[in-house]
Design a protein around this ligand. Sequence first.
Ligand SMILES: Cc1cc2nc3c(=O)[nH]c(=O)nc-3n(C[C@H](O)[C@H](O)[C@H](O)COP(=O)(O)O)c2cc1C
Length: 363
Amino acid sequence: MTSLFDPLKLGDISLANRVVMAPLTRSRAVDGLKPGPMTVEYYRQRAGAGLIISEATQISPMGQGYIGTPGIYSEEQVAAWREVTDAVHAAGGKIVLQLWHVGRISHSSLLPDGAAPVSSTNRRANAKTFTAAGYTDVSTPRALRDDELPALVADYRHAARNAIKAGFDGVEVHAANTYLLEQFLRDSINDRTGPYGGSIANRARLLIEVMQAVTKEIGGGRTGVRLSPMTTFNGTPLDSDPQATYNYVVEQLAPLGLAYLHVIEGETGGARQPEGAKLVFDYAALRSRFPGAFLINNGFDGAEAQSLIEAGKADAVAFGRLFISNPDLARRLRESKPLNALREEGMYGGGAEGYIDYPALTA
Ligand SMILES: Cc1cc2nc3c(=O)[nH]c(=O)nc-3n(C[C@H](O)[C@H](O)[C@H](O)COP(=O)(O)O)c2cc1C
């Protein structure tokens, strides 16, 4: 029987175990929006994960939505990320970079020349973000013109190339949590006409083009993708038919030879099946359409993760909050050791506290 602690081949990436660190924004980028020395230490401490998925990292200055998040578009950022990947590899770990464009979940004060955020729509999200002025309503976006989309796809491709230059083992395209790619995908947000609006195929077009461009650049075996069909985060309603929409997306992704599909089950950071919710999403339907490895996330503990792997329901399990407070989570789960409790302080932004001061086991 397969265990959570068995090795796994994720496309071209070989993992020592199936305990994956989920992507976690920690808002500690230093000057030039690059990872600093504390971030190198933070990821080094967590190299015992079978795979680290980095915090979401913007592909371009227009892709930023929160203060202090890092980018992967400048040479300076590539050099700074190289310090992180070298540290993780020296400690025996594997790490991929999560490629991010926030779309309309942003504020003009974070964007070049105070620009409006861009999206599939010009309707504002009922959401807030962190800016220099604190917790602020997001700005009203500008709907991208169809003729601007090739440059956007090129930004993803350039960012993927930079990630490999920076020594990452691969990338994960962030198509979850209601950011740009999901703003095109869902009919609850996308109000376009033309080739990128209307039918499921049209709404999925941008994501598929991004995945084609990224895999062409760095190879499918080094590329994963994250989806969250049932998340209403950032004041974003569900698609009118999530099952049909996401089944279609996965069918289109299947021929690209991706390393993995990473699915958030239910509401990100909340219930996997909200009480009283009428819609029961069939995640196995996504898995059955996808030939690569299947990663699952959201509120799992070690025992639940182990039973999912044993039952063959997933190939690996991603843990978010448990990895914030337990740098050596894989070892603690394997040896059934107690877990450190999570503190709220230092979750987003700040210094070493709540970031690199959670203790590992000493013996
Ligand atoms: C502090 C924090 C930051 C997060 N940042 C990201 C992110 O950058 N990208 C992403 O896809 N999800 C992000 N998430 C969601 C987590 O990856 C994960 O889906 C969520 O925490 C549920 O998993 P868990 O119950 O194991 O923590 C974040 C969650 C938290 C708590």
